[in-house]
Design a binder for this molecule. Sequence first.
Ligand code: ZN
Length: 301
Amino acid sequence: MDDAATAVFVERVACISCGGGTLQEVCAGRFDEGAVERFIREDPWGEHPAPFLRGQRWSYVACQDCDMAFHRYVLAPDWSERLFSRWMSQEAIAAFEKTLKTPPNKFRKAGEHTAHVLRIEKLTRVLRGSQPTRVLDFGCGYGEFLSMCFLYGFDACGVDRSAAKRDNNTYSRVFAEIDDVAAMAPFHALTLFEVLEHLVEPQALMLRLRDLLATGGILVLETPDCSGVRKIETREEYARIHPLEHLNGFTPETLKGFAERLGFESITRPIACVTSDLDRVAKSLLHPLVTPTTRQYFRKR
Ligand SMILES: [Zn+2]
């Protein structure tokens, strides 16, 4: 690939959730203008993508049939590879994560992992009988959730495409490909935390993963909530629908529709309180009942 080349994008012409072809542009622009240009310029990168994106256009669209919103143009496979290896280098990821992985954030995240473990244990009791809970965490990153599963006696494994993350994983059973974990199926639970928004073909991947989940097994999906995001002018909007990384913009409704179309039944997330503060217990009890979120539980039919 020429170092002075222009990045190649491919167009997604059909809805990634329902397959519909009537797409309405929500917002659009060029990578070398406006807020998007500024945020990309300011972000930490290895090889800086700006020279390759000059003159290129991004377009965020919504399906008129099911409301699913997503970026119409996505990097072609070899350019996507370049994004994840050279643009988002190990050093750039470390610089970015340094601002996020503060002690309070780590503490909160660990509590959330424990809450998922407790819910999964409860929801799979009948399905697994006396067997240990088998969990597959797809896009497991550095393996923090897998480590928590292990502490609770689960039989857990993960898949992550990033060699850097696999090599620096806190957990031992992490693989590069879905095929590598097929022999361990069927799983009682499947988790995808902050993964679906990154995928060019999320439906195709979910169909493969669904085959590895036992009938009656639990699917946990978490994505950023892109409700109401209709432009990229602020850092917050950029973070949610980043045109290079967050290719799909889910809302509570479209996430539910996406999973239901794949044969999953939406279920109420069981209450799990991991806190020593009484007011947070009250919030945990009430919040899911009044506010729909993009943190959802499903059961495979
Ligand atoms: Zn659609």
